[in-house]
Design a protein around this ligand. Structure first.
Ligand SMILES: Cc1cc2nc3c(=O)[nH]c(=O)nc-3n(C[C@H](O)[C@H](O)[C@H](O)COP(=O)(O)OP(=O)(O)OC[C@H]3O[C@@H](n4cnc5c(N)ncnc54)[C@H](O)[C@@H]3O)c2cc1C
Length: 469
């Protein structure tokens, strides 16, 4: 480790932004003895991951799931039913606990925290400014990691200050309980909120510009979630362009290019996000940005200035807290050691917390077909598992893609209860240098009853198909 050569700077490392990306970087470096400063413009650490993205949305989802299981869904229709503001209170409590926990990490690892908006003065100096742009301080370091995240990217002219026009941030301030909502988007956030609101008996229209939902996923999983949404009563409208949005005190009226008119209590904008790369003074340093403001980096997350790294949502896809955290750790390792394990940033599982949830890791059928890989499919339906019968969570499937000749697992695609956890079983097998074979699921003793038994059912199904049985 080179850190002791870096004595001429006040800090070894400045991290800008305390979301998952910044936290991963700061902790990795501090644990290895680097002097680290964290600059965060918000009062509390945690970033969008803790305050407006992952944590609150999953806390809301959990409340809804519990309500569903207790048979108390729908605003005020039965005694004990909740309204949106009371659900938000429960989510805020989870956020508060997360902030306390994460703040303690900084104290324990002696990372100095600085509140303010960071802007580069030169390639090693950072100015810390208040909301009015007045400089409050200055920091110097040998290396800098930018982890400033992203934000909702609205249609031009869309006014998020209107109480009926929401985004994934302002949704957490909504002070009424809509009876109908139009969600604009077809990606993970749009689908997650469609699930949440529909489970609360809210009339949901999903207005998607593309031709299908979640189009980065395996086709069968897309079909499964689309079918499930339709069964639940979500109205799916694909290939639609919005031409006009008219909010008023009571509702919102939308018009599309195909001349459809949708009237609803609220509109939730859940389409693509934009990187927070403006105002950092990147241009003066020759650091380039691309589509939707994403900072351009090489495979080691280095910008054109090799001691300045960028990680997380500010560099674009996949836009996951899990990926951001590991990219931060990767960048910190790379700046300390000149190298870092690729495992940190490759084969990232993609979880989408609809009800039930979706999770995938590895390659899809479309990718294997395109690459000409000889593969076979093994499937298990959740409705054939004892554990699913006990919990009543019988929706969904587990799909394994494996190599026809050496039986190595190539992809896991799951829709159903506990999918986000289940996929890690397959991921662990795929990561093995030796012994990656779906025969593992046939031979290994698995807990009964457990959702993991789906792996055995799917492996038998695939091998039988291979043998023409
Ligand atoms: C509704 C929703 C649900 C999600 N659910 C999941 C999920 O279930 N699982 C998952 O893995 N991911 C999920 N995500 C994505 C996840 O939240 C993001 O990928 C993750 O937060 C990105 O981390 P980050 O560190 O790059 O940025 P952020 O979390 O956005 O943090 C960036 C931080 O930088 C600060 N900052 C910005 N500019 C400056 C500046 N100039 N100076 C100082 N500070 C600055 C910001 O205040 C912020 O605190 C969800 C996102 C949304 C919107």
């Amino acid at each position: 480790m080179e850190t002791r050569d870096w004595k001429d700077s006040a800090y070894d490392l400045i991290v800008i932004g305390s979301g998952p990306g910044g936290e991963g970087a700061a902790m990795e470096a501090a644990k290895r003895g680097l002097a680290v400063a964290m600059v965060e413009e918000q009062a509390d650490v945690g970033g969008a991951g803790t305050h407006s993205g992952m944590i609150p949305s999953k806390a809301l989802r959990h409340v809804v799931q519990r309500m569903q299981e207790n048979g108390t869904t729908g605003w005020g229709r039965r005694q004990g039913d909740r309204n949106w503001p009371s659900m938000l209170q429960m989510a805020k409590e989870v956020v508060r606990r997360q902030v306390n926990l994460r703040s303690a990490f900084y104290e324990r690892n002696a990372i100095s925290r600085h509140r303010g908006r960071a802007c580069f003065l030169d390639a090693h100096r950072i100015s810390i400014n208040d909301e009015k742009g007045q400089q409050q301080g200055e920091l110097t370091a040998r290396a800098i990691i930018i982890a400033t995240g992203g934000r909702p990217n609205p249609l031009e002219g869309l006014d998020f200050s209107h109480p009926r026009i929401l985004n994934t941030r302002s949704l957490h301030e909504m002070d009424y309980s809509p009876r109908s909502i139009t969600i604009v988007g077809g990606g993970p956030f749009a689908c997650e909120y469609a699930s949440i609101f529909r489970s609360l008996s809210v009339k949901v229209t999903l207005l998607n510009e593309r031709e299908k939902l979640l189009d980065h996923l395996d086709e069968e999983i897309i079909e499964a979630i689309s079918f499930h949404f339709r069964e639940q009563g979500v109205l799916l409208r694909h290939g639609e362009q919005i031409t006009e949005i008219q909010p008023n005190d009571e509702n919102v009226e939308l018009t599309t290019a195909s001349n459809k008119r949708i009237l609803c209590d609220a509109l939730l904008w859940a389409r693509n996000r934009r990187a927070n790369s403006e105002g950092l003074g990147l241009e003066e340093l020759g650091i380039e940005t691309g589509i939707l403001g994403a900072i351009q980096v090489n495979e080691h997350y280095q910008t054109t200035q090799e001691h300045i790294y960028a990680v997380g949502d500010v560099v674009g896809a996949p836009g996951l807290a899990s990926a951001s955290y590991n990219q931060g750790r990767y960048a910190a390792r790379h700046l300390m050691d000149g190298e870092a394990p690729r495992q940190l940033v490759e084969n990232i599982p993609s979880a989408i917390y609809t009800l039930p949830e979706i999770c995938c890791v590895g390659r899809t059928e479309a990718q294997l077909t395109e690459d000409g890989v000889p593969y076979e499919v093994g499937q298990a339906s959740m409705r054939n598992l004892a554990r699913a019968h006990i919990t009543g969570r019988t929706t969904g499937l587990l799909k394994l893609l494996f190599h026809r000749e050496n039986l190595s697992l190539l992809g896991v695609h799951c829709f159903g209860s506990e999918a986000a956890d289940l996929v890690h079983v397959g991921q662990a097998l795929m990561d093995r240098r030796e012994g990656n074979s779906i025969e593992y699921f046939i031979n290994a003793p698995l807990n009964t009853p457990s959702m993991a038994e789906a792996y055995r059912v799917a492996a038998f199904n695939g091998l039988n198909r291979l043998r023409g049985r």
